[in-house]
Design a protein around this ligand. Sequence first.
Ligand SMILES: C[S@@+](CC[C@H](N)C(=O)[O-])C[C@H]1O[C@@H](n2cnc3c(N)ncnc32)[C@H](O)[C@@H]1O
Length: 210
Amino acid sequence: MPSNSLPFFRGWSRDPVAVGLPFPSSPWTARRLAQATLDAAIDGGGPILELGAGAGAVTQALIEAGCAADQLVVVERDAELCRTLERRFQGLTVLHGDALAITELLASAAIPSVSVVLSGLPMRAVAPAAAIRCYSGAFRAMPHGGAIIQYTYGFKSPVDPGRSPPHLDATFVGREWRNVPPMAIWSYRLPAPRQPVPLVNGHHTRTSRY
Ligand SMILES: C[S@@+](CC[C@H](N)C(=O)[O-])C[C@H]1O[C@@H](n2cnc3c(N)ncnc32)[C@H](O)[C@@H]1O
C-alpha cells in the first residue's frame, strides 16, 4: 500500500465531498500529471503550484520527475493532510487554506508568480462563480501562456470553457485507466491574443468572424 494511502483515507473520512474518493491518485496517474505539468511550466515563471495536494501522491511524482521540493508550492485545506505533506517532503512550501481564494493565499505567502498550476480540486462540486474566480486568479499569477492542468473523475471538462470568463482554450490531455476510477486530464489556457489581419492594397487579406 503506498505510504500516502492511510492519511488520504483519513482525510476522505473527514470530508468525503472535498476529497472526492477514498484512494489517492495511482502512481500512473501521478506520473502522467507530473509530466503534463512540467511540460507546461514556463521557464523562470516561479514555483509550480499544486492545488489540493492531499497526502502528496502527485507531489511525490513531481519531485521524482525532477522538480526540486523548494520549487513546489502546495495548497491543501485539510490541516491533518498539511501536516502529512510537511512531514513527507522537506523544503516543500505547504499553504494551509482554501485554494479557491488563490489570489489571497499567494499574496499572504508573498509568492508573486508561479510557472504552472496543477489542480486536483473537485471542480465539478464547486459553484461556477467560485471556480471562475479561482481560475482567473491562477491565470493572473502566471506569465502569459500559463496553463492550468486539471484532473477529474468525470467524463466531461469539469469547467465549462465556453462559460468561464475569461474564455478558455481547453485541451483534453488524456485518460489514465490505471486509476480507480479512471482519471481524465485537461489543460486550460487563455486564448492567444488576436493578431491584426494584414492589409493588402488597403483591404484585409481574409475576413474573420472573431
Ligand atoms: C481528489 S483529492 C486529490 C489529492 C491528491 N492530489 C491526489 O491526487 O491523490 C482533492 C484534494 O483537494 C483538497 N481540497 C478540496 N477542496 C479544496 C480547497 N477549496 N482548497 C484546498 N484544498 C482543497 C482535498 O482536501 C483533497 O485533499
